[in-house]
Unconditional design. Structure first.
Length: 269
């Protein structure tokens, strides 16, 4: 069962432009019967492994390193703080916070699929031709370079600090924030932002996972390895199926499934 959970996590993470890691915690709670705190810790480790494997698959293609590294560095700083805060929060408050996050992301995924169907074709697990997104003057980005102007770095840093804290607090990868942050602040296209988010997700999630091990009980290495292995296989499947399945309809299905898993978590609670 842990391998199956990891497989689903990796597949969804690979087939969504943003929000796929939100499936990790509900699946670990519902299918493996883990407590919420433990599920968040395992999710951080599994998402980190899956995202890192996705980077290897892509071999750095479509990744704009400079803005991703700025956001990643800021997120790495605050992920332990989020993990520390999570250890002192009651499980019901964590569940409520996680629920609000899922609703917001599900609504955003649905609206994005309706208003900009072409952007839903961009997945993390493979390169997709085409330039989906818009340029903004905050950062002068031309597809090859990213100029480190003071306002640009400040906005990217503030966004990264928020992403890292939220990732550590709720055990999520943060792609649902990283992608629009890279798209709007750094001026990356959707394709570049989705690819670059893998770098941020892998390092920020790994930092949060290490923090979980320090602040909480040690994670079962056997379970983590099984979930992580399943996640890597899922990313491979996403690479093979992305061009056939990715689209607005699939993104709407994911949004509905997010709400269904949220309802199931509340019924279990």
């Amino acid at each position: 069962m842990p391998v199956l959970v990891g497989l689903i996590i990796g597949l969804v993470l690979g087939l969504t432009g943003a929000g796929g890691s939100l499936f990790a915690v509900p699946l670990l709670v519902l299918l493996l019967q883990l407590p919420l705190h433990e599920a968040m810790g395992i999710a951080l480790g599994a998402v980190a492994f899956s995202a890192l494997f996705g980077l290897i698959i892509k071999r750095g293609r479509d990744i704009i390193w400079a803005p991703a590294l700025v956001i990643m560095a800021a997120g790495v700083i605050t992920a332990p703080a989020g993990r520390w805060a999570s250890a002192y929060l009651d499980e019901q408050w964590l569940l409520l916070s996680f629920s609000v996050l899922i609703v917001l992301v599900a609504v955003r995924m649905w609206r994005q699929a309706s208003r900009d169907p072409e952007s839903a074709r961009v997945v993390r697990s493979q390169s997709v031709s085409g330039e989906v997104g818009q340029r903004v003057p905050v950062c002068q980005q031309d597809g090859r370079s990213w100029q480190l102007t003071t306002p640009c770095v400040m906005m990217a840093t503030l966004g990264g600090l928020g992403v890292g804290f939220l990732s550590g607090l709720l055990g999520v990868g943060g792609g649902f924030l990283i992608v629009p942050l890279l798209n709007l602040v750094a001026g990356l296209t959707m394709r570049q932002a989705v690819s670059s988010s893998l770098l941020v997700i892998s390092l920020v999630s790994f930092t949060g996972f290490v923090s979980y091990c320090l602040f909480n009980a040690v994670v079962d290495p056997v379970m983590l390895s099984k979930v992580g292995a399943g996640g890597m296989v899922g990313m491979l499947l996403g690479a093979g199926l992305g061009s056939r399945l990715a689209g607005s309809a699939l993104q709407k299905v994911f949004a509905i499934l997010l709400m269904v898993t949220l309802l199931a978590m509340w019924l279990r609670a």
